[in-house]
Design a protein around this ligand. Structure first.
Ligand code: FUB
Length: 440
């Protein structure tokens, strides 16, 4: 079990920092529990534009290196007023105010999606679980109006921003966080605004960041003001285009360092199969932002980062027989001794029976694998239902088991679950499935 646990912790960071599934539009916040949370949208694989985006996973960290998949936070079926055939769950944000977390998501209410955008709000007392829909914000929405961002100022005033198609609007929210206290006003002075509004404050200066209309791929730009509702002074790009057509990001301070979150197509090399990235952002003496250096290499963890303690861990090993579909058994021996076999895109199914959901059923499924493919993929089935395609990025070789891809699900409490996998793309060998108890 020691080796298994060891491989779950990275000592260097990677970019994109979430590679198990495809994610985009990262909104990052630091909450009172000391963790940094990222609320991205989710790109559905195989890529089908942005039409079928319909659910959100959140991620969190304490060291900017090891990220915890917090599991599914919300999906289109939980939005009673939403578009009948779902989809189009685009760039979200989350805010904390007076003991509650509020999740803001853009979603159409009609089949004619681009004419019927609304901004839905769901709330919970947890940052990642139990969100219930409160409805949409009355008087907000319409053609191309997407990408909500909520900034709660030091005096606890909640400012709401959103926009698209060249228009950025903002207002103050009421205490209920899902109705407007003041009328929406246009944000003046932004320059070439496209979408992806985000606001933060540093040393008393307000910053509004957004993507521009740069032909080809968009920049992320910023504007500064001494007032959260502007007027703004456009300052130009702080992030050059990535290899992705859209650009969307957030800026946040964590443990004394400012970070720029954004997305790229680096992992998939395909449009609309995006992955969230993070790099440090530096400021000049006068508060202006320096251009972010986009990294693809590892960086050292924060100096004060202590490894996150693991929850209860159960391991399920593989052997040759099990690859033909015989149920795997809980594994308690020498993890290194497990026999492995490559899995091709074949009809071969590996099933793990009696998988432990522990007390609450909220578990992180970890796949320990090796692959020579740039990006192999498996199909994950949970209790007989297809759950997701899961990425298995290059590990070095078919006998290099440094690969670890994980995904948080809610299953049944106790040892009553069946987890099955099937190859989907590339050749890979699976060494073990680990199941970590994430509790409430
Ligand atoms: O992810 C869907 C849409 O693409 C977002 O709402 C936009 O900001 C763009 O990133």
């Amino acid at each position: 079990m020691d080796n298994l646990a060891k491989r779950r912790h990275r000592s260097y960071s990677i970019n994109p920092f979430v590679q198990s599934i495809f994610t985009a539009d990262p909104s990052a916040h630091v909450w009172n529990d000391g963790r940094l949370y990222v609320y991205p949208s989710r790109d559905i694989d195989p890529a089908q534009g942005c039409d079928f985006m319909d659910k959100y996973h959140a991620f969190s960290t304490t060291d900017m290196v090891n990220w915890r998949d917090e599991g599914e936070l919300f999906d289109s079926s939980k939005s009673p007023w939403g578009r009948p055939s779902g989809g189009f769950m685009w760039a979200p944000d989350c805010a904390y105010r007076n003991g509650h977390y509020y999740f803001f998501y853009p979603h159409p209410s009609e089949e004619a999606w681009n004419d019927s955008w609304k901004i839905g709000v769901a709330s919970s007392t947890s940052p990642t679980q139990g969100f219930a829909d409160l409805g949409y914000i009355e008087g907000v929405g319409g053609f191309a109006m997407i990408d909500p961002a909520v900034f709660v100022d030091d005096d606890n005033t909640p400012y709401f921003y959103y926009g698209g198609g060249g228009h950025c609007m903002a207002a103050v929210l009421n205490d209920d966080m899902h109705s407007l206290k003041t009328p929406l006003v246009p944000m003046e002075g932004l320059g070439d605004f496209h979408e992806a509004s985000w606001t933060f404050k540093r040393n008393g200066i307000y910053y509004l960041t957004y993507s521009d209309n740069h032909s080809g791929n968009n920049h992320l730009c910023y504007a500064m003001s001494d007032n959260p509702l502007g007027p703004w002074q456009a300052m130009g790009p702080y992030l050059a285009p990535t290899n992705c057509e859209t650009s969307h990001g957030s800026v946040v301070e964590y443990k004394g360092q400012w970070y720029a979150f954004y997305h790229s197509d680096d992992l998939s090399q395909e449009g609309v199969l995006r992955s969230i990235c993070v790099d440090p952002v530096e400021f000049n003496e006068d508060g202006t932002m320096r251009l972010v250096v986009q990294s693809r290499n590892g960086r050292l963890p924060l100096a004060d980062a202590a490894p996150t303690p693991l929850g209860q861990l159960q391991a399920y090993g593989l052997n040759e027989a099990e690859l033909t579909g015989v149920a795997a058994r809980p594994f308690a021996g020498n993890y290194q001794d497990l026999a492995t076999e490559p899995i091709d895109r074949a009809e071969q199914v590996v099933t793990f029976d009696a998988v432990d959901g522990f007390a609450t059923g909220r578990v992180n499924l970890g796949f320990h694998y090796a692959t020579p493919a740039k990006l192999a993929k498996l199909q994950l089935f949970v209790n007989g239902k297809f759950e997701t395609l899961l990425n298995l990025p290059f590990s070095g070789a078919l006998d290099n088991f440094d690969g670890f891809s994980n995904y948080t699900v809610t299953i049944r409490p106790g040892k009553v679950n069946q987890i099955s996998i099937k190859g989907y793309e590339g050749t890979f060998a699976l060494e073990a499935l680990s199941v970590e108890d994430y509790g409430e």
